[in-house]
Design a protein around this ligand. Structure first.
Ligand code: 16G
Ligand code: ZN
Length: 529
């Protein structure tokens, strides 16, 4: 077939380095940008096949998120804006590593019974890395080699591209598949929400944002005029001087538990950091003693779920709110959510796709990883009930207000994936409506002291876990040892899991004091073999 001849011809321009093996994992493909050209071309081919297979538009985002500037990577986006289905992740790995490209390609076509005359559409986006332009061109080459149509969105955040894909495939029902459409939808909803905040002072409208010297900074600038001064953002680490993700950004702040470089913090003021592709966010402040306080994904999930639960009650809607966390969620947050807020809490395996999947089972579900990646999902039935109520002329004022707030909440949220910009607007709206300071938000519960360690082992795959990674089933005896160590400490919990992104094992421990958490993490790491 002519298509395959074209693939063969083009692939010569995108040769695979000998001996290189890549793996499409939880975060897509990711490695040093020097080794990725062939993989990008091939993922352009795969996205085209996936588009033919689903008869829908597919997305390809070129980014390595919070990794250093020298790295790059890619994530594929399925029709509803969600991460690509796991069965196809396996094809991605096979295709990226194939020595005989055409054989693997034909194999996928046969296995999935793909109709090659079906039209294909692929949306492509990229972050601000210096390698991204060249690599996204390789993706576009791959799409055209198989006769697919592509649309190059250029510089966008990862969640913006997810959003575009969903808009396109739902024929505008979710919004318009343009950047302007995205900003208008989110910002209008934000402005409507903040109209419910009484006596909001100019000071409360101020927020400092660390853009990680990446795409998020660019896009916050672009959005500013849509906010009509209802949120006044002071942007730092905007990419004009510093290096991407270097000593800044959400991952740095969460891991180091300290402020990013690039600015001076004033006590009591609100700050947040995005990561390098703006799909994660964390908040923080310093108190009058100069002590740093981090509000991570767990605190964000608590704020959002509490707000939603209260509104649903006021609206008299019988819809269940759930929170989906991972094993890393601070024990205090789980305890508070289950026992004080009385919301359903579920634990999923690490990796956004697992949380997203678990969240889809509920009417309204907030999912967040502690690292700040998360969003809210509303079931179709829940959205319908909320919209019907908002339009019902026979309800009292309190119910009406709650229904309208819920409706605008749906619109401010990017339901496809965690989105720093959308999460930020929703958090700012909640704080404004509740008249809550960042300190008051922080004081809702106190985090248990905790410690994370990395352990290098001969073979991390020897460790197998169950119960959403909270217990190890192999090697034999390891979990018993962990249990006996945990029993020595108060309010303690610990688990061991193999990393999905690095060749290491991760140990997490929490306990009543920092000394205990540190000691427990250390003892558990010695028990890992
Ligand atoms: C990936 C995941 C992230 C997760 C991390 C865990 C996505 C988009 N990203 O970066 O959510 O927290 O892996 O890494 O799913 P680890 O397995 O090395 O601990
Ligand atoms: Zn990211």
């Amino acid at each position: 077939m002519a298509q395959f001849q074209e693939v063969e011809k083009q692939s010569i321009m995108h040769p695979k380095p000998p001996g290189l093996t890549l793996h499409y994992g939880t975060a897509g493909l990711r490695t040093n940008a020097k080794h990725l050209d062939h993989a990008m071309f091939r993922m352009g081919l795969l996205a085209t096949l996936r588009s033919k297979n689903t008869k829908a538009t597919i997305g390809v985002m070129v980014t390595a998120s919070h990794n250093p500037e020298e790295d790059n990577g890619l994530k594929l986006i399925d029709p509803m804006g969600e991460m690509m289905a796991p069965a196809w992740e396996h094809y991605a790995t096979q295709l990226a590593n194939a020595d005989d490209l055409l054989t693997v390609l034909k194999d996928i076509i046969e296995k999935e019974a793909i109709n090659m005359s079906q039209e294909a559409n692929v949306f492509v986006g990229k972050d601000t890395r210096s390698s991204s332009a060249r690599l996204s061109q390789a993706v576009l080459d791959g799409v055209s080699a198989l006769d697919g149509h592509s649309k190059d969105y250029g510089l966008v955040t990862t969640p913006q591209l997810h959003y575009m894909v969903r808009c396109q495939n739902t024929k505008g029902k979710y919004g318009e598949a343009t950047l302007d459409g995205y900003y208008s939808k989110l910002c209008q909803a934000f402005i409507q929400l903040t109209k419910n905040a009484s006596n909001r002072t100019d000071d409360q409208k101020l927020l400092s944002v660390d853009g990680a010297n990446g795409i998020g900074a660019l896009k916050v600038r672009e959005m500013e005029s849509h906010l009509k001064k209802e949120l006044q953002i002071s942007l730092f680490n905007d990419g004009s001087q510093g290096k991407l993700n270097y000593q800044c950004g959400a991952d740095f702040v969460k891991v180091q538990q300290k402020p990013p470089t690039g600015f001076k913090m004033n006590p009591g003021e609100r700050y947040c950091s995005f990561d390098g592709d703006a799909d994660r966010i964390v908040y923080y402040y310093t108190d009058s003693e100069g002590q740093f306080h981090l509000l991570d994904g767990d605190k964000i999930a608590t704020l959002m779920s509490t707000f939603l639960k209260e509104l649903l009650e006021q609206a008299g809607l019988n819809l269940k709110v759930a929170v989906v966390q991972t094993a890393y969620a601070n024990g205090s947050s789980t305890h508070y959510l289950e026992n004080t807020m009385k919301v359903i809490v579920r634990c999923a395996k690490t990796g956004v796709k697992h949380l997203h999947h678990a969240a889809q089972e509920f009417d309204v579900a907030v999912y967040f990883e502690s690292n700040g990646h998360g969003t809210v999902l509303f079931s179709e039935a829940a959205e319908e009930k909320i919209c019907q109520l908002a339009e019902d002329p026979n309800i009292n004022d309190e119910k009406k207000r709650a229904a309208l707030l819920l409706q605008n909440t749906i619109n401010v949220i990017n339901q496809t994936v965690g989105d720093a910009i959308s999460d930020m607007l929703f958090i700012e709206a909640i704080l404004a409506i509740k008249g809550m300071s960042v300190q008051q938000w922080d004081a809702v519960y106190a985090d248990l002291p905790n410690r994370q360690l990395k352990v290098k082992v001969a073979d991390r795959r020897a460790i197998d876990t169950t119960d959403a990674e909270r217990r190890a089933v192999s090697p034999p005896g390891m979990q018993d040892t962990v249990d006996s160590l945990v029993n020595k400490y108060k309010q303690a919990r610990s688990f061991v899991r193999p990393s999905g992104t690095e060749d290491i094992v991760r140990v997490y421990a929490e306990a009543d004091t920092q000394e205990s958490a540190d000691a427990l993490a250390h003892e558990v790491s010695l028990a890992v073999y």
